[in-house]
Design a protein around this ligand. Structure first.
Ligand SMILES: C[C@H](O)[C@@H](O)CC(=O)C(=O)O
Ligand SMILES: [Mg+2]
Length: 443
């Protein structure tokens, strides 16, 4: 049973100097230091369990998110966990409707990233108290309780609470078999780690050949900064993986709409399954235009890692603007808002292929996509979850990849907890890693 009252919320600015090796680099984020605003919730309960929540950020952005988490803290402190999860929709609304903070959102940007960090910690704590990994907590929940976690405000024109319940009820058929399938074979994944934009060709080749040896069959390559470079890198990777394996491309919002169509027409010979984030994440009609133009070339549009909230996803679906929907465990308002997007995607029959390029995102999003397969979509058709091979060693419960698939986590919680020593060493600016780096840079 859920118990305890939240007695403390602390938030840490944790950064990893990934930019030094070009890890995570793309056409818009050329020097990313993978970072997290890392929230720890403590309660007065005797079990001593803590809830850990992260939101993914890059370097200096972290200190802004940390401020926003502190601004949200009064909503959580002294609350009974039972009251929070007993009316989770109400609590989500309370956080996202703060009369002063919502002005700097609402449900978008820094304040929404902070909401995600806090709520991710609540879900971690809830799952830990129930003794289950988060995916299993969700899978075992009855449809009525599940939908009571979702705020349907602004989406009832496409999905009502009753419809959501009905989707979940219908997907009860075969649920046990799908859970067994996940436990035996895992959820299919693709790798982005071979082809970050800042990697020289020699690194790309070396990582790609290692990935092939490890059994990877789906690869994503960063594009968008320079067409000739893209042609060379895409040719290199396509030649290495051969014609049958799957290739995706990611432009991280670099282009205008006509530019995206022109550029991708030139890259079409490398047979990409999708072009990800071809333009601004806010441009729903732009995505629709690109989708329409690229469909005859067999290229789909994928987006979502920087979609603020369920409303943007609703409109992308309504406008037929995407062929692959990429949820993000830390960009949306935690599990609560992701549930609404998974259910809308099911209604529109659009496959969900989660985003996981960042620190901790693989750890979190695997729970959501396993729940999606077992309890919502019931399909693996055109679906795969992103994997990046960075920084898992800093997590207490790191992802387990077997034969290019995510194996279901078995430990209780949301896999959000970092190792104490890693947090200590990477805290900005006083952790040992940063002290050394800042001293070397003369700061
Ligand atoms: C800055 C991040 O590494 C970003 O490039 C990740 C991303 O777009 C992806 O994984 O997809
Ligand atoms: Mg991307």
């Amino acid at each position: 049973m859920v118990h305890g009252r939240v007695s403390r919320l602390s938030v840490h600015d944790v950064r990893f100097p990934t930019s030094l090796g070009g890890h995570g680099s793309d056409a818009m984020h050329t020097d990313p230091d993978y970072s997290a605003a890392y929230v720890v919730l403590e309660t007065d309960a005797e079990d001593g369990l803590k809830g850990y929540g992260i939101t993914f950020t890059l370097g200096r952005g972290t200190e802004v998110v940390v401020c926003a988490v502190n601004a949200l803290a009064p909503h959580v402190l002294n609350k009974a966990l039972g009251d929070i999860v007993g009316d989770f929709r109400g609590f989500y609304r309370q956080l996202t409707s703060d009369g002063q903070l919502r002005w700097i959102g609402p449900e978008k940007g820094v304040v929404h990233l902070a909401t995600a960090a806090v709520l991710n910690a609540v879900w971690d704590l809830w799952a830990k108290q129930e003794g289950k990994p988060l995916w299993k907590l969700l899978v075992d929940m009855d449809p009525r309780t599940l939908v009571s976690c979702i705020d349907f405000r602004y989406i009832t024109d496409v999905l009502t609470e009753e419809e959501a319940c009905e989707i979940l009820r219908q997907s009860q058929v075969g649920k046990k078999e799908r859970e067994e399938q996940m436990l035996a074979h895992g959820y299919p994944a693709y790798t982005t780690s071979c082809a970050w934009l800042g990697y020289p060709d020699a690194t790309l080749k070396e990582l790609c050949s290692e990935a092939l040896k490890d059994g990877w069959t789906r690869f994503k390559v960063k594009v968008g900064a320079d067409l000739q470079d893209d042609i060379r890198r895409c040719r290199l990777i396509r030649n290495m993986i051969g014609p049958e394996k799957t290739l995706m491309m990611d432009a991280n919002q670099r282009w205008d709409v006509p530019e995206a169509v022109e550029w991708m027409t030139k890259l079409a010979e490398f047979k990409p399954l999708w072009i990800e984030e071809p333009t601004s994440p806010d441009d729903i009609l732009g995505h629709a235009a690109i989708s329409k133009a690229l469909a005859p070339l067999g290229i789909g549009v994928a987006t979502g890692e920087q979609c603020h909230n369920r409303v943007i996803f609703k409109q992308l679906l309504q406008a037929k603007a995407l062929k692959f929907l990429q949820i993000d465990s830390c960009r949306l308002g935690s599990v609560n808002e992701n549930l609404s997007v998974l259910l809308m995607a099911k209604k529109f029959e659009i496959p969900v292929c989660p985003h996981a390029g960042g620190v901790g995102l693989c750890e979190l999003v695997q729970h959501l996509i396993m729940f999606d397969f077992i309890s919502v979509s019931a399909s693996l058709q055109d679906r795969m979850c992103e994997y990046v091979d960075h920084l898992h060693e800093h997590f207490k419960y790191p992802v387990l990849i077997r034969e290019a698939s995510y194996m279901p986590p078995k430990d209780a919680g949301y896999s959000t907890e970092m190792k104490e020593d890693s947090v200590k060493r990477h805290r900005y600016p006083d952790g040992e890693v940063w002290k050394k780096l800042l001293t070397a840079q003369g700061n």
